[in-house]
Ligand binder design. Structure first.
Ligand SMILES: Nc1ncnc2c1ncn2[C@@H]1O[C@H](COP(=O)(O)OP(=O)(O)OP(=O)(O)O)[C@@H](O)[C@H]1O
Ligand SMILES: [Mg+2]
Length: 317
């Protein structure tokens, strides 16, 4: 079922068309990532999903309702939103920030407090330590996570996230992103996430929409975008990262079928991995563990593959 359906949607500011004749569907439970250069219309597209921006033309349906007929405030309570600059209230503590929507909804203080504690725990911000701090007393990564907790607070089925990891340094960014990937799968919600980082898009997206100059150039699962870019702009965006991105979108299972071998000699370094792990991650794990072989359980049988054969087999998939 489509959670979001946009048909022929355009946005014009004065004479400038910043989003042009957009058709887009987001399915229930998927992580849908919009990637594109600065100014390509990503934020405008996202904000047309919760009526923070009104479309100039076309129709937008969200959660089964044509949103031009919905009350904006009611709509936004059902849709979590993390804005590009986090946007925490500086004079509210972490607890008060996360509690904003539950309070609007009139949850009692007990239920609200329990929910805040639960979310802070989930996002690795122990309430004892963080709940009573103010945003200025947090690091950038911690603020971002409070922003995510706030968007999740009233348990909305749909979350819109505008570059939620944008302002972070590369190391923190990777950490927060990994955490997010971990929880997003288990939450069973629908996510629309904006980034201009193609790695982030490929790692987090079930589908990726590539935007440029107000248009969606390609919308497909990451492996398809990476292997068969449909447009010169998409190809240029992948650029010299193409090989790495291919390895990031190939599960080791695909390589194992082509190239696995026998059990290695006793004493050889082996890491056990899940068949769904991507080849790039598998290579990282081999490095971390200084191991030579990967072991994957397929049904009853264990399969082994070494680094060279993994790379060779991945190249053929
Ligand atoms: N309120 C506004 N009035 C006029 N022009 C606007 C307004 N908001 C956005 N724009 C223009 O619309 C275009 C798309 O903006 P948008 O914020 O959607 O881009 P974006 O893809 O999110 O970029 P970034 O990656 O920098 O956040 C830009 O050229 C921007 O200048
Ligand atoms: Mg933006």
């Amino acid at each position: 079922m489509s959670i979001i359906s946009m048909r022929g949607v355009s946005k014009r500011y004065d004479e400038r068309l910043v989003v042009e004749d957009l058709d887009l569907d987001v399915e229930e439970g998927e992580a849908f990532v919009i990637v594109g250069a600065s100014g390509s219309g990503k934020t405008t597209t996202l904000r047309m999903m919760n009526r923070l921006v009104e479309a100039t033309a076309g129709t937008v349906e969200v959660l089964g309702q044509n949103i031009s007929e919905a009350s904006p405030s009611e709509l936004r309570r059902r849709i979590g939103y993390v804005i590009q600059e986090v946007g925490l209230f500086p004079h509210y503590t972490v607890r008060q920030n996360v509690a904003v929507v539950p309070e609007l909804l009139g949850w009692g203080s007990r239920r609200t407090d329990d929910r805040v504690d639960e979310l802070l725990g989930l996002l690795d911000l122990p309430p004892d330590e963080f709940a009573d701090r103010y945003p200025r007393e947090l690091s950038g990564g911690q603020r971002q996570r409070v922003g995510v907790a706030r968007a999740l607070a009233a348990d909305p089925p749909l979350l819109l996230l505008d570059e939620p990891f944008g302002a972070l340094d590369p190391i923190t960014r990777e950490m927060v992103r990994e955490q997010f990937a971990g929880i997003s799968k288990s939450l069973g919600k629908t996510f629309v996430l904006i980034t201009h980082d193609i790695f982030e898009a490929v790692e987090l997206g079930d589908r990726v929409a590539v935007m440029n100059e107000g248009r969606v150039l390609q919308c497909a699962p990451p492996a398809e975008v990476v292997c068969t870019p449909s447009d010169g702009f998409v190809e240029a965006m992948l650029g010299r990262h193409r090989y790495q991105l291919r390895l990031m979108t190939t599960p080791i299972d695909a390589a194992i079928i082509n190239g696995s071998g026998d059990e290695p000699a006793h004493g050889a370094g082996v890491v056990e991995l899940d068949a769904g792990t991507n080849v790039w991650r598998a290579l990282e794990r081999l490095d971390e563990k200084r191991a030579q072989y990967i072991r994957v359980q397929r049904g009853e049988a264990a399969r082994y593959i070494d680094r060279e054969r993994l790379l060779e087999a991945a190249g053929k998939t």
